[in-house]
Write a protein that binds this ligand. Structure first.
Ligand SMILES: Nc1ncnc2c1ncn2[C@@H]1O[C@H](COP(=O)(O)OP(=O)(O)OP(=O)(O)O)[C@@H](O)[C@H]1O
Ligand SMILES: Cc1ncc(CO)c(N)n1
Length: 265
């Protein structure tokens, strides 16, 4: 059976990040994609111009309307904008308890623009994080969640992932994309086991939406794979290929998008 996969996230009219990236990644992994939009973002490859936040009651309305009709097999959560939206999402998760919830704790866009109010980080950490199955922070987000300095190399990743798991998420995928070096190293921590996941670092400026793509691919694959490690490994391999395939695109003048190729090409 094809899994029904939902993204709860903000938009990117240039199609590289947010809801648009998530739906492409869902399709590329054979899932049926659905979306609840938290914010309309005027952004492209060069940065964010403006954010139009959706009122929390309307996010609840979108979620309840959808969940009352459709079976949801897995959820990816991205940009949430503010603490009220976080609380609206928490309430719905409590009420419907969908399986396989992946949280990409989006805080700042690649351009440096904030996508989550600074005062909402506490609500994300204390109210949402304990209710999700997997969180996928990059190194600045991990540091912010823990109130620690940002890691500058891979050595501290296992201990930091363990501390993040201590905040309540069952699995932690700590992403090392912001480090330099020949490989791009992430770490999956769960059930007391830490596993480094290494891929070739693709030399490209088309790295807009890498985090969105990875977490969406994981959410699409998890209902179709036996465990998190298998779903995460396959998603990271897909992302590396999508980064390579981005050389076929000509989109914008800044950080371009990755290309969501389909396996049947
Ligand atoms: N140049 C690259 N080559 C290969 N993999 C990369 C590269 N850059 C990032 N990645 C991988 O992309 C994924 C996302 O990592 P990153 O740490 O950049 O997340 P992010 O900052 O949340 O992304 P974004 O906010 O741009 O969506 C990780 O699996 C990381 O290893
Ligand atoms: C809507 C949205 N979500 C996430 C990111 C992070 O890349 C972005 N730039 N825009």
């Amino acid at each position: 059976m094809v899994p029904n996969v939902l993204t709860i996230a903000g938009t990117d009219p240039s199609g590289g990040a947010g809801v648009q990236a998530d739906l492409k990644a869902f399709s590329a992994h054979g899932a049926y994609g659905m979306s609840v939009i938290t914010a309309l973002v005027a952004q492209t490859t060069t940065g964010v111009a403006e954010v139009h936040e959706v009122p929390p009651e309307f996010i609840t309305a979108q979620l309840v309307t959808l969940l009352d009709d459709v079976r949801v097999d897995s959820v990816k959560i991205g940009m949430l904008a503010n603490a009220e939206v976080i609380r609206a999402v928490v309430e719905v998760l409590d009420r419907y308890a969908p399986p396989h919830v992946v949280l990409d704790p989006v805080m700042v866009a690649k351009s440096g623009d904030r996508l989550l109010a600074p005062e909402a980080v506490g609500a994300l950490r204390d109210e949402l994080l304990p209710r999700v199955d997997l969180i996928t922070p990059n190194l600045p987000e991990a540091a912010d969640l823990l109130g620690e300095p940002e890691l500058a190399d891979v050595d501290g990743m296992p201990a930091q992932a363990e501390r993040l798991a201590g905040l309540g998420a069952k699995q932690v995928l700590l992403k090392g994309g912001h480090l330099s070096g020949e490989s791009s190293v992430d770490l999956l921590y769960g059930d007391g086991i830490a596993e480094f996941l290494t891929s070739e670092r693709v030399v490209t400026t088309n790295d807009h939406g890498t985090g969105c793509t990875l977490s969406a691919a994981i959410a699409a694959l998890r209902p179709q794979r036996p465990d998190w490690l298998t779903a995460v490994r396959e998603s990271k391999d897909y992302l590396t290929e999508a980064l390579r395939a981005s050389e076929r695109l000509d989109v914008g003048h800044g950080h371009g998008p990755v290309h969501h190729f389909h396996h049947w090409w």
